[in-house]
Design a protein around this ligand. Sequence first.
Ligand SMILES: N[C@@H](CCC(=O)N[C@@H](CS)C(=O)NCC(=O)O)C(=O)O
Length: 301
Amino acid sequence: MCRSSFKYNLTFIVLFFGITLIHAGDEGEETSTNDIKLYYTEWSVPCRSVMMIGKMLDIPFEMIELDLKKRDRYDSEYENINPLRKAPVINDNGFILWESRAIMVYLVQKYGANHQLNLYPANLQIQANINKMLQFDMGTLTLAFNNLYGMWALYKSPKTEYKQTKLLDAFQIFDTLLENQFAAGNSLTLADVALFVNIITIEAAGEINLNEYKNINFWYTKCNTLLTNYKNVNTIGLNIIRQKTEDRKKEDKDEMVEGLVYNSDFLKAISTLVRGVQSQVISSEYLYHFKSLETRLLLLR
Ligand SMILES: N[C@@H](CCC(=O)N[C@@H](CS)C(=O)NCC(=O)O)C(=O)O
């Protein structure tokens, strides 16, 4: 009796652990996330969109920060990873993928099946709408923001009226598109995550006043609540954007003052205005301002 029970227990133990080990092996192969490398930079909107998805799905990325101003992205190693030499890029156990929106879809399809937030529902038409909004985000909103703000912040390219109008048009279209509760229907999806990261960045850059767009503002408030546990991946990046904006504004102001002080055409114009007042062509009420401006410019030289 005792012997047979011992034999029975032994068989049970062997079977139990055997099955557990086989099961663990299966699981390890299908859902192991240990080796996903993410090449990123903090200030980048596409990188932070991927980081948000990583945080939402608990994907333990091995984070590899790139300094896009330095030469590390010109290394042949990095060029093999992304011929465009841009970030983000993931390396999922040898599978390399770039383009943030493709990465987001891949990660959600691979690791997000059981997540409480159904970020990429199986319905074909919902997926098509998500893809549409991801394209709108990249091809219209991001494009307009980069042309206006990115070019100004990184390359001192002036913010022309044309570029400003393009961004305002993009906001207006987004506001109209948000007739449903969320970007691609009535629940939060990948499209909202991507657009949310973009909009908080544009706001940090000082290029949008959310109060001017009723639907965007309403949508933003809802996303902000739903994403509250994940959005802190943006903190460092947004602070970099805010600082960059302040620094660039100061540079612009300094250059403007320098331009006025050393531009003799401008000084000549002021002197002409002073003469205009003296010869009674221009009302004498302006004399004080013209004179003090002329004196100030001469003193600054
Ligand atoms: N469409 C790409 C854009 C990638 C992109 O432009 N990344 C920027 C950072 S936001 C970059 O790497 N810039 C470096 C460069 O253009 O040389 C994506 O969504 O991943």
